[in-house]
Design a protein around this ligand. Structure first.
Ligand code: FAD
Ligand code: SIN
Length: 522
């Protein structure tokens, strides 16, 4: 099948949907999504979306908090753009139908999370992402120019490479002409030709053994752009969330939102004592990298598999009212959070780097934009401030839409692009070749490239990954493509990028902490 659309959007989370809504009045939009439309990290966001709403908060305070979290690597211009546009973007989200909790006086009930100096996180109980995704999908369904294709897996973006023209990382005018998409219903690989393409494929937590990310987060967009010789950066900065529910074998790990600590819950060790003050005067609400490292260190020193989060001293009714999802989830495994401490463990949560984009969401490849977790805008630097990512998606999808609408009329389709050639490929009958390699990859990454790293661990990880890489490339070259095989290939690519960039960074900074480079900044 061959199809032409003005705007091709890959991904149906907050980044893809908000972009689609902005451009749909000006041309045909096709959203390609590899699972059901609502499935993605967006739906699972708990804490909320950070934005400056009322005094005493100010843009300057939010900018400063973001810069501090980013550990000197955030781009100040991008931080300023994002924060000063936050109020407007959130108001627009509300106009699209998203509901956020209000207090008795009718003002938004703003929460506070680690690293924030003010209450500024808008939320909908502890299921904010679900509410945002619901509202966006409803608006999308009402738009006649938007087509949503579920269970369609984008394999690769199309460039002049597919016309037989050499493209390398120094090619100044690499162009995107669309994408090849595996339709899981027909098993065909279809050709989508587009004028503008947006990659909004989310994160890559599944490169690790324990992650809060849903199964779809396999770094596909980043891997595609890297293969197409686009620019990718800052992949070493993987944020581990300090508090996922310790419930071995549950995938993904269920998140216990930082907002619960903002609400007064306290981290404790097995003997019931507080330990965070030893690491940071802000205690349980220190920034995420510090809390995750502190938990990791306590677990390693004491040989524990988890620590505790204590909410027992909080008002029972308010606790249940504000955190109904967490209350119900814990209760389902026998933990009553009003009476029992919650066992918690860090889990891979967020990718701060990704496809390098400029202030208009433009990647290094012409006609190709990226937004959301797969993009590296410069906002997060070496560490993301909690609840800044939903905001970042809105701001940069908005900016990408402005630029795309300016450009789209000047762009032609490339009709010479050939269809996908699957001649000679055979069906891989041994699923174990994929599942075993995935498990190996996740263990290598968790054990050698986790919260604390060293030169030796990184080298070991790199060497082991090379074997997985060559075996998987051989399999890919012979096989009729499946989503699972493509995801494995992409995750190996992501692992490679994380390790390579971690090896190149010869210092401990933000989320990249190496015992070989004692911290000199403070
Ligand atoms: P996603 O919402 O992940 O969407 C990605 C989309 O791309 C999906 O539709 C997927 O199917 C599609 N896709 C991927 N690959 C392909 C492919 N090859 N072909 C076709 N489609 C593809 N951030 C905050 O700011 N506040 C929070 O409170 C918060 N809480 C969080 C809680 C959890 C449990 C998690 C996991 C994350 C949380 N985050 C939070 C982070 C935030 O949710 C994500 O960064 C954000 O939702 C990413 O949005 P996105 O649109 O980029 O990607
Ligand atoms: C949380 O609710 O703790 C997650 C917030 C985030 O990842 O930004």
């Amino acid at each position: 099948m061959r199809k032409k659309v003005d705007f091709l959007v890959i991904g149906s989370g907050i980044a893809g949907l908000s972009f689609a809504l902005k451009v749909a009045d000006y041309g045909k939009v096709c959203i390609i999504t590899k699972s059901r439309a609502e499935e993605g990290s967006t739906k699972y966001a708990q804490g909320g979306i950070a934005a400056v709403m009322y005094t005493p908060d100010t843009y300057e305070k939010h900018i400063e908090d973001t810069m501090i979290a980013g550990d000197e690597l955030s781009d100040e211009n991008i931080v300023r753009i994002t924060i000063t546009e936050s109020t407007e973007r959130v108001k627009e989200l509300i106009e699209w139908g998203a509901n956020f909790d209000k207090n008795a006086s009718g003002k938004y009930d703003l929460a506070k999370e680690g690293g924030h100096s003010e209450f500024r996180v808008l939320h909908h109980k502890d299921n904010t992402g679900n509410e945002i995704e619901r509202a966006l999908l409803k608006s999308i369904a009402n738009h006649p120019n938007i087509e949503m294709l579920e269970n369609c897996f984008t394999v690769d973006i199309i460039t002049q490479h597919h016309l037989g023209i050499e493209v390398n990382r120094r090619t100044p005018d690499t162009r995107c002409f669309g994408a090849y998409v595996l339709n899981e219903a027909t098993h065909e690989i279809d050709t989508y030709l587009s004028k503008v393409t947006l990659i909004a494929t989310g994160g890559n937590g599944n490169v690790y053994n324990t992650t809060t990310n849903p199964a779809i987060s396999t770094g596909d967009g980043i891997a595609m752009v890297y293969r197409a010789k686009g620019r990718v950066e800052n992949m070493e900065f993987i944020q581990f969330h300090p508090t996922s529910l310790y419930n071995p074998n549950e995938k993904p790990a269920f998140l216990i939102t930082e907002a619960l600590r903002g609400f007064g819950a306290i981290l404790k060790s097995h003997d019931g004592r507080e330990f965070m003050q030893k690491y940071d005067p802000r205690g349980s609400l220190a920034s995420r990298d510090i809390v995750a490292r502190a938990i990791d260190s306590e677990m390693k020193i004491n040989g524990w598999d988890y620590l505790y989060l204590d909410a027992r001293h909080l008002d029972k009714n308010k606790l249940i009212e504000h955190f109904p999802t967490i209350y119900a989830k814990c209760l389902s495994i026998g933990i009553d959070i009003t009476r029992d401490m919650i066992p918690v463990v860090p889990a891979a949560h967020y990718n701060c780097g990704g496809i390098k984009v400029d202030e208009w969401g433009r990647s290094s490849i012409h006609n190709l934009y990226a937004s959301g977790e797969c993009a590296s805008t410069g906002l997060h630097g070496a560490n993301r401030l909690a609840s800044n990512s939903l905001l970042e998606s809105l701001v940069f999808s908005h900016r990408a839409s402005i630029d795309a609408l300016k450009e789209v009329s000047k762009i032609d389709y490339c009709d010479d692009i050939p269809d996908w050639n699957a001649e000679g490929m055979v069906m891989n009958e041994e699923m174990v070749l994929i599942t075993q390699s995935l498990k190996e990859l996740q263990l290598i990454m968790s054990n050698y490239v986790g919260i604390v790293r060293s030169n030796l661990r990184l080298k070991r990880a790199f060497d082991r990954l090379e074997i997985l890489y060559s075996e998987t490339e051989d399999l890919y070259d012979q096989s009729i493509l499946t989503t699972k095989l493509c995801e494995l290939r992409n995750l190996i690519n992501i692992g490679y990028l994380i390790i390579k960039m971690a090896m190149e960074r010869k210092e401990s900074i933000g989320l990249h902490y190496s015992i070989d480079y004692p911290r000199i900044r403070d």
